[in-house]
Design a binder for this molecule. Sequence first.
Ligand SMILES: [Fe+2]
Length: 129
Amino acid sequence: MLAPDATPRVGVVVDVWQTDPEGRYKHPRDRGQDRLMEEFLYYGEAVTDDAGAFGFRTYVPGSYRARPVPHIHYKVWSDGEELLTSQVYFAGLGDAARQARSREAAALQTTNLTPAGEGRLNAEIDIVL
Ligand SMILES: [Fe+2]
């Protein structure tokens, strides 16, 4: 995560939440709460390091009826102040433009899933605040 002048944003909290691969949230009002994945938290939090980097290890999210394009929600916090709420979409997993505010927003919010070995995928996003 970088500031507009390209300096790293250090110590910023990134809070994520998402569905499991079957499109279920861990939320009392979502369907299928009796079929949640035991090993999966469905949410997480990371803090940016000295380079502004942060990371999560997770599953590729599924889709659900209201939002059929898989995505991961996130909020960015600094000193307890919420700076941004957004989501990440993945190229090849639906048309993000159907969900985003505009085609331009969808392009900014979409990243690639690239093979990372051992059946894993990697995705990177750049956040400038
Ligand atoms: Fe969602």
